[in-house]
Design a protein. Structure first.
Ligand code: ZN
Length: 160
C-alpha cells in the first residue's frame, strides 16, 4: 500500500559534532499511514525547507544508513546519509581504505568488498535507530549516543 501523498511526522535528529563544533544535522520523518521514511542531511547556516532532503524510502527493502568517516590531516571527519539495501555495494571514500567499495550484509553491517573485513575508518549506523542523539567524531571510533530505547533493530548494526 502506498500513499498518494505521504503524511510525514518528524521522528528526530542526529546531531553530528566534531568535539564542540556542530557540523550538520541528520533528520528523518516517517509517514503516519504507510511508514515511508524521508531522510535529510542538513548543513549548518541558513537553508531552505527542502535543502538537504534526500528522498523517500518506501517498504522494508531499503534503509537509510548514517555512515561515519574518520578524518585525517586536511580531510575532516564526516557523517553522510546513504540509501542502501541488503547485498548492495556502496561506495564510501575514506582515509586508509584503498578501495571505496563496501558490501551491505544481511544484518545491515558493512564489510570491504575486497577482503570481507570490516572497514578500519568507516562506521555505519542505522539512521532511524540513532535519532534523538549525537555522534562526536573527535575520537575514533566516534562516540555515539541516542535517547531512544533500543528498538527492534537493536543489534543490527555496529553502534555505540
Ligand atoms: Zn505514506
Amino acid at each position: 500500500m502506498s500513499c498518494k501523498v505521504h503524511d510525514f511526522l518528524y521522528v528526530g535528529a542526529l546531531n553530528v559534532f566534531n568535539d564542540q563544533e556542530l557540523l550538520k544535522v541528520l533528520e528523518a520523518w516517517k509517514c503516519r499511514a504507510c511508514g515511508a521514511v524521508l531522510a535529510g542531511e542538513r548543513p549548518m547556516g541558513p537553508i531552505t525547507s527542502s535543502e538537504g532532503l534526500m528522498g523517500v524510502i518506501e517498504g522494508g527493502e531499503e534503509r537509510w544508513l548514517a555512515v561515519a568517516r574518520k578524518g585525517s590531516g586536511s580531510i575532516p571527519p564526516d557523517v553522510i546519509v546513504v540509501r542502501a539495501r541488503r547485498g548492495q555495494e556502496i561506495s564510501v571514500e575514506a582515509v586508509d581504505e584503498e578501495d571505496s567499495r563496501l558490501l551491505v550484509r544481511d544484518d545491515w553491517s558493512v564489510v570491504r568488498v575486497t577482503d570481507g573485513e570490516p572497514p578500519r575508518t568507516v562506521v555505519v549506523y542505522d539512521l532511524l535507530s540513532q535519532l534523538k542523539g549525537y555522534i562526536d567524531l573527535s575520537t575514533w571510533p566516534p562516540k555515539a549516543f541516542t535517547l531512544q530505547r533500543r528498538s527492534p533493530v537493536q543489534g543490527d548494526l555496529k553502534t555505540i
